[in-house]
Design a protein around this ligand. Structure first.
Ligand SMILES: [Zn+2]
Length: 335
C-alpha cells in the first residue's frame, strides 16, 4: 500500500463526506489529482494490482467470476476472491481480501447466505462507497427443505430452524443466470463507465445454447433414474430445470456447514436402497467419512462432483457440461 493509494483514499473520503468538494471545479481538481495518483500508484507497483488502467470487478465466487469475465471481455479486470478449490460456505476473508474489496470499482456477490463469512467485509466496502451487486436479489429464489426434523417429534412451530431458507445455489441453473447477468450488464456499464456493446446479447445466446445442450443430455437418462443424492442440498435449481429429483443428501442442508444427525444419515441410506440410487455425488465441503459410511451401508458409490467451483479452463460453460456429463455417466446405466 503506497503513499499514493493512501492519499487517493483520503481524497475519496473528502469527496464522499463533504458536499463542498462536489462542486464542478473541485470535482475536476479531484479527478485530476486522482488520475495523477493512479499513475503514481501504477508506477509504484507495490500493491499487486494489475495496473492495466481498466476498472476492476471483484467477484466472490469462481462460477460467478467466470460468467462476469465472459460478459465484460477486455473492458474490465475481473478478480475472484474465493479461491476455486475452497468452499464458499466456509470462506473467511483475510486482511488482504478486505483490501481487495475496498479497492474494487464494483463488487459482485452471490448472496442468499452463500458467502456468510464475507458479509461483514462487503458491508464495510459498501459503506466506504464501493458499489455492490447481489446476484440472488435479481433472480427468483427457491426455498430449501425444512431442516432438522427427521426423526424428531413434538417440535411444532419451534423457532430457530431453517424454515424455508432461500437456496443460494442459483449459478447451477443457466436460465436463472441469464436473468441475473441481464440485470448485471447495465450496472457494469453505469458503474464502470464501459460499453459492453453486444456482449450481453452474445452471452444470453451462449447461455441459451448451453441450456439446450443440458436439456438434451438430461433427456438421455431414463426418467426413473434421474434421482440425485448430493453432498449437501446444492442441486435444487439444477434438478428443477432438468427434471431430476433430489432424494437425499449427505448433509441435508442448504449449507455444507451443517452437521448431519445419525437419524438423517440412516434416512439417506434407506432412501438410496429404496430408490436404487447408484451414486452419491460428493462436493467440496462434503465430509468424506460420512459419504463413505453411507456408501458402504447402501451400496451406492461415491463420485466427486464439481458444483461450487469451475473447470480447469475457467469456463462456466465447460463446468456445467462436465457437471451434467458426470451425473449422466453415473445414473444412466446404474441402479
Ligand atoms: Zn452449497
Amino acid at each position: 500500500m503506497g503513499v499514493a493509494n493512501q492519499a487517493g483514499q483520503m481524497i475519496m473520503i473528502l469527496v464522499m463526506r463533504y458536499p463542498a468538494f462536489r462542486t464542478p471545479a473541485r470535482l475536476v481538481a479531484v479527478a485530476v489529482a486522482a488520475a495523477l495518483l493512479t499513475v503514481l500508484a501504477a508506477c509504484g507497483g507495490d500493491d499487486g494490482g494489475a495496473a492495466t488502467g481498466r476498472p476492476t470487478v471483484v467477484v466472490t465466487t469462481s462460477p460467478l467470476g467466470a460468467l462476469v469475465r465472459d460478459l465484460v471481455g477486455d473492458t474490465a479486470d475481473v478478480e475472484v476472491l474465493i479461491p476455486n478449490d475452497l468452499d464458499p460456505h466456509d470462506f473467511q476473508p483475510s486482511v488482504k481480501d478486505a483490501e481487495r474489496l475496498a479497492r474494487a470499482d464494483l463488487i459482485v456477490s452471490n448472496g442468499a447466505e452463500l458467502e456468510t463469512g464475507l458479509e461483514g467485509a462487503i458491508a464495510q466496502a459498501r459503506r466506504d462507497g464501493v458499489p455492490t451487486f447481489v446476484m440472488a436479489a435479481h433472480v427468483p429464489l427457491r426455498s430449501g427443505p425444512e431442516s432438522g426434523h427427521d426423526g424428531e417429534e413434538g417440535h411444532d412451530g419451534e423457532e430457530g430452524h431453517e424454515h424455508g431458507a432461500s437456496d443460494p445455489h442459483i449459478w447451477l441453473d443457466p436460465v436463472l443466470m441469464a436473468r441475473g447477468m441481464a440485470a448485471l450488464a447495465p450496472v457494469i456499464e453505469a458503474k464502470l463507465s464501459v460499453d459492453l456493446r453486444d456482449r450481453p446479447a452474445q452471452q444470453r445466446a451462449r447461455l441459451a445454447e448451453l441450456n439446450a445442450r443440458l436439456q438434451k443430455a438430461a433427456a438421455q437418462i431414463p426418467a426413473a433414474r434421474r434421482k440425485l443424492v448430493t453432498g449437501h442440498d446444492s442441486l435444487g435449481y439444477f434438478a428443477r430445470r432438468y427434471g431430476f429429483e433430489v432424494v437425499g443428501a449427505v448433509i441435508p442442508s442448504l449449507s455444507s456447514q451443517a452437521e448431519p444427525s445419525a437419524a438423517q444419515v440412516g434416512g439417506v441410506v434407506a432412501t438410496i436402497r429404496r430408490e436404487k440410487v447408484p451414486a452419491i455425488f460428493s462436493e467440496t465441503g462434503t465430509p468424506r467419512a460420512v459419504a463413505e459410511a453411507i456408501s458402504s451401508d447402501s451400496g451406492a458409490k461415491v463420485v466427486d462432483l464439481t458444483t461450487h467451483s469451475v473447470a480447469d479452463d475457467g469456463s462456466y460453460y465447460t463446468t456445467m457440461e462436465n457437471l451434467m456429463t458426470t451425473i449422466a455417466d453415473n445414473l444412466r446405466d446404474g441402479g
